[in-house]
Each structure stands twice: as C-alpha cells, then as structure tokens.
Design a protein around this ligand. Structure first.
Ligand code: CUA
Length: 338
C-alpha cells in the first residue's frame, strides 16, 4: 500500500457510504409486494441478503473506478508514460476466491429455502388446480367443491396439485413468493401457508397465447370459521338458478377465454346478444341462434362455422365432458346475456 495508503483510506470510507446508500435505495424504493405467506419469509431474507451484497459490490467497483478516473487523471502538461504494472498474484487470488465462496454459500442458502418451501407439512389441505387457455379452475378433492376463486383458511398448509390440458402455464402469486409451472400431461405441486387474510391475485407467468395477460384468478384467504361457512354454502347451494350455474360452468370450463360477454371479438363469437339473433355462417347462409343452434354449437362446434371465424378451433369434446344438465345451464346463461 505504502504511498497510496491515504487513497485507500478515503476509498474505503466512500465505499461504505456508497454501499449504505445503495442498500437503502434497493430495499426501500424497489417495490416488493406484501408478504403474505410463511414461504415468503425465507425468500425475502435471501432476497434482502442478495440486495445487500449487490449494493456493496456495486459501490466497491463504482467508487474505485470514479476515484481513479478523477484523482489519478493525467494533468494537462503531463505527457509521460504511466507506471508499469506487472500484476498482483495475491490480489487476483483474493478476488477469485472470495466471490467463489460467496456464490457457493448463497447456493447452499437457496437450497435450504427451497427445501423448506417444498417440504410436506402435517395436516395439508389439497386443492386441485387446472390452468387452461385462459382461465383457472380449482377443485377441492375432500368435498368435491369446484370454484373459480380459491378460498383457503389462514395459517392452513395448502398443497396445490396442478395440471394443464393445453399448453404450459405458470401459477404465480407474488404476495406468497411462489411460482410453479403447469405442464400438460404432468401433475406439478406447490405449497403455501397464507399468513394474512385478504384477496391475492394469481397471475399466469408463462406466455400462453392471446389472452395470457388476462389469465387471472383470486385467492381469498379467510379466517377458518369463514372458510367453514363458505364450504357449507357451496355444498348446500341447491337453490341457485340455471343461468347462474351456467355462468359458473362457463368460467370453470374456460369458455369465456374465447367467447366474450361484452360483444368484443375474441377467438370465437361473443355471447352477448347472441340468443334469438340471426347468425351468418361461412357458407353465406344464416341461421337463428335458438336453443338447438346453441346446443349443436357446443356439442359439434365444427358443423356450423360462423362467418369470419376460423374453423376447428373449439374442441369438439364438450359433448363427452359436459353433462346434459351442464349444457342446459350454459344455454340458459347465454340466453340471459342480452
Ligand atoms: Cu396461461 Cu399465460
């Protein structure tokens, strides 16, 4: 160090000041969503540790660079060559070994957090998740309840078993710090224990087609007593009318991913104002959208293609997967959308 001792002293102080400022900026100005699950604690601890290291190394490099540029710049009348520098083995070994140790250490920390997040919990409640283009559907195997919003009790460990019938989607809840892909033909799992009540949106985090950005669903975290009331209401709900049941089926089956309810053009024709009106088909003929037309369009969608819409897009499997009651409910719902 010798004759540069004073410079190193100044730089050390500046590095510390810079690191403190960067640490503050990164943690308090960068937006992190609310922390609402037990899993989020470990993730945030690791994330904050990374930010501290990022702040320190940013400051170390930038302060050294700027200090050198300004303090050791060539004077106007100085045309001499700079000192010949031969390298410094001890310095090179240090700046190789120290980052290596830090990276390996972070790797171990990350493995520990991942182990904690994926470990089976006693008393888990399973929810089956289906993500499709472009909606989410949830089913509770214990009770058979199907729902388009996920309702879970606070502080209850939840295990999600997820799959997709079409393409890869990704189940992402920023407030819970969990993200897991849904892969066609596989069942993937993710766990969370919500620690705050409220509504937390699920986003799809894998580009999956035209309506990817709108592939949203709510997770509603409630107190256990409120959850029990929701279950009782869902199981006892025999009194709902046919159109309301149809609306629920349309959501669960993903119909509304392709058929809008407000007249706008999506992949398929809108349902708004459809019933009872004339529909022009691709062969130039017209039909009236009566119950028979709707039923045939659900069960055998390629028989009559509406003009300007592409053929063979809608799956022809709904005749097998939907019950006659379900189809009646859907028709009642479409009739209600004037
Ligand atoms: Cu599903 Cu993006």
């Amino acid at each position: 160090m010798g004759k540069y001792g004073r410079h190193f002293g100044i730089v050390a102080v500046l590095v510390i000041i810079g690191a403190v400022i960067m640490n503050f900026l990164l943690k308090d100005i960068l937006y992190k969503p609310a922390q609402a699950s037990a899993q989020a604690v470990g993730v945030d601890r690791l994330f904050n540790l990374h930010l501290t290291l990022v702040a320190f190394f940013f400051s170390l490099i930038v302060v050294f660079m700027l200090y050198s540029v300004f303090v050791f710049r060539a004077r106007d009348d100085d045309d001499s060559d700079g000192d010949f520098i031969h390298g410094h083995s001890a310095l090179e070994i240090t700046w190789t070994v120290v980052p290596l140790v830090i990276v390996i250490w972070l790797g171990f920390m990350g493995m520990g957090v991942l182990n904690d997040m994926t470990a089976a919990q006693p008393d888990e409640m399973v929810v089956d998740v289906v993500g499709r283009q472009w909606s989410w559907a949830f089913e509770y195997p214990d009770t058979g309840i199907q729902s388009t919003e996920m309702v879970v009790p606070k502080d209850k460990p939840i295990l999600l078993k997820m799959t997709s019938p079409d393409v890869i989607h990704s189940f992402y809840v920023p407030e819970f710090r969990i993200k897991q892909d849904l892969v066609p033909g596989h069942v993937t799992e993710v766990r969370f224990t919500a620690t705050a009540t409220g509504v937390f949106p699920v986003r799809c985090a894998e580009l999956c087609g035209t309506s990817h950005a709108y592939m949203l669903a709510d997770i509603r975290v409630v107190e256990p007593s409120e959850y029990d009331a929701w279950v009782a209401e869902k199981l006892g709900g025999g009194g709902e009318d046919l159109a309301a049941k149809g609306a629920e089926i349309a959501q669960l089956q993903g119909c509304t991913g392709c058929h809008s309810l407000d007249g706008s053009r999506l992949v398929g024709p809108s349902w708004k104002g459809l019933f009872g009106h004339e529909v022009e088909l691709e062969d130039g003929s017209t039909v009236t959208a009566d119950e028979e037309y709707l039923r045939s369009s659900i069960v055998d969608p390629n028989a009559q293609i509406v003009a300007t819409y592409p053929p063979s897009v809608m799956p022809a499997t709904y005749g097998d997967t939907l019950s006659a009651d379900d189809i009646e409910a859907l028709i009642a719902y479409i009739k209600s959308l004037e």
